[in-house]
Design a protein around this ligand. Structure first.
Ligand code: AHG
Ligand code: MN
Ligand code: MN
Ligand code: MN
Length: 334
């Protein structure tokens, strides 16, 4: 009775990670504790996002106009920073919301570095469209000598990465370097339950996702690629355009349905918009782990070496064959 087993044998995210870490018994406890603090932050944001909608309704009667949005950004960041520091398992934190990296005080210091975007897609808060949290995790080199270099590492050194999407349901997608799994928050249990085991992205997709309003400033390979999505010359079907403007939601759809998400360079922003440490790297890690690819226009995204914590990079990520196409266009350019 498989169906019954599914209902009663609940694979929580904690249980899943404990199983996965079985191969590394020495770090089992520490990573699980770190993750449980990240999960706490996600649950807090999920609940705050729901309340924000309600507060807005009440706000219409009063005049708290526009205040909620800023509060939610700052609030989410504070919750994540405090949860991560108090886990006792972190030493360097990089947040989109903090200009400087946070070096954890020695007594609370642990061996993990966490780079995160506490609230991604913030322009979508006010209209109730999906937003998310993104995180990437590294291991410190020397606990007694913590430096910024501990986070200025290529994405290939990442131990784990994930995101949580606050949408019609709350979904946490995680990879510890052993494939990708998705967990959905059961609000009545307060637990993330494995609902999307071993996610694999289709090899080719029917969707492209880009802010096409920037097209006049694109470089030739990007322009050619998007033209090809709309007017394929090789008999393949044209692709549909989907763009939410929340990276988490656009990447989540790309992961499940296939296709390609791009935030390319343009004349105004030669490095694109998205940040390497807490947007490009975690999403690239997940894509590769799911069988897709991530490319910057010059190289494999995970091989970038960031020079500053808030560095940006152009990014093309998604289905293996779709990313092959854009790689070929850049190769024929040079
Ligand atoms: P954030 O809300 O953390 O600042 O990030 C917003 C990002 C990302 O979520 C999204 O993919 C991108 O901005 C959309 O940018 P455009 O509005 O330029 O398309
Ligand atoms: Mn963001
Ligand atoms: Mn953000
Ligand atoms: Mn921002």
């Amino acid at each position: 009775h498989a169906a019954e087993a599914q209902r009663t044998d609940l694979m929580t995210i904690t249980r899943h990670v404990l199983n996965e870490q079985g191969r590394h018994p020495e770090s089992r406890g520490d990573f699980t504790i770190l993750l449980s603090h990240i999960v706490l932050g996600c649950k807090f944001v999920a609940s705050a996002v729901n309340k924000a909608g309600l507060a807005k309704l009440i706000g219409l009667a009063g005049d708290t106009n526009g205040e909620e949005q800023k509060k939610l950004d700052v609030l989410s960041n504070e919750v994540f920073v405090k949860a991560l520091v108090s886990s006792g398992r972190t030493c360097v934190l990089v947040s989109e919301e903090n200009e400087e990296a946070i070096i954890v005080d020695a007594p609370l210091r642990g061996k993990y570095c966490v780079c995160f975007d506490p609230l991604d897609g913030s322009s979508n808060i006010d209209c109730g469209v999906s937003i998310g949290t993104i995180f990437g995790i590294y291991m410190i080199k020397d606990k007694d000598n913590v430096t910024l270099d501990d986070v200025l590492q290529p994405g290939t050194d990442m131990l784990a990465a994930g995101y949580c999407m606050y949408g019609s349901s709350c979904t946490l997608v995680l990879s510890t370097g052993n494939g990708v799994n998705g967990f959905t928050l059961d609000p009545s249990l307060g637990e993330f339950i494995l609902t999307h085991p071993n996610i694999k992205i289709p090899n080719i997709g029917k969707i492209y996702s880009v802010n096409e309003g920037n097209a006049k400033n694109w470089d030739a390979p990007t322009a050619k690629f998007v033209e090809k999505c709309k007017f394929p010359q090789d008999g393949s079907p044209s692709k549909s355009l989907r763009y939410i403007g929340s990276m988490v939601a656009d990447v989540h759809r790309t992961l499940l349905y296939g296709g390609i998400f791009l935030y390319p360079a343009d004349q105004k922003s030669p490095n694109g918009k998205l940040r390497v440490l807490y947007e490009v790297f975690p999403m690239s890690f997940l894509m590769e782990q799911a069988g897709g690819q991530a490319f910057t226009g010059k190289q494999r995204a995970l091989e970038l070496v960031p020079r500053k914590i808030h560095d940006r990079s152009p990014i093309f990520l998604g289905s293996y064959d779709d990313v092959e196409d854009i790689k070929a266009l850049y190769a024929s350019e040079s």
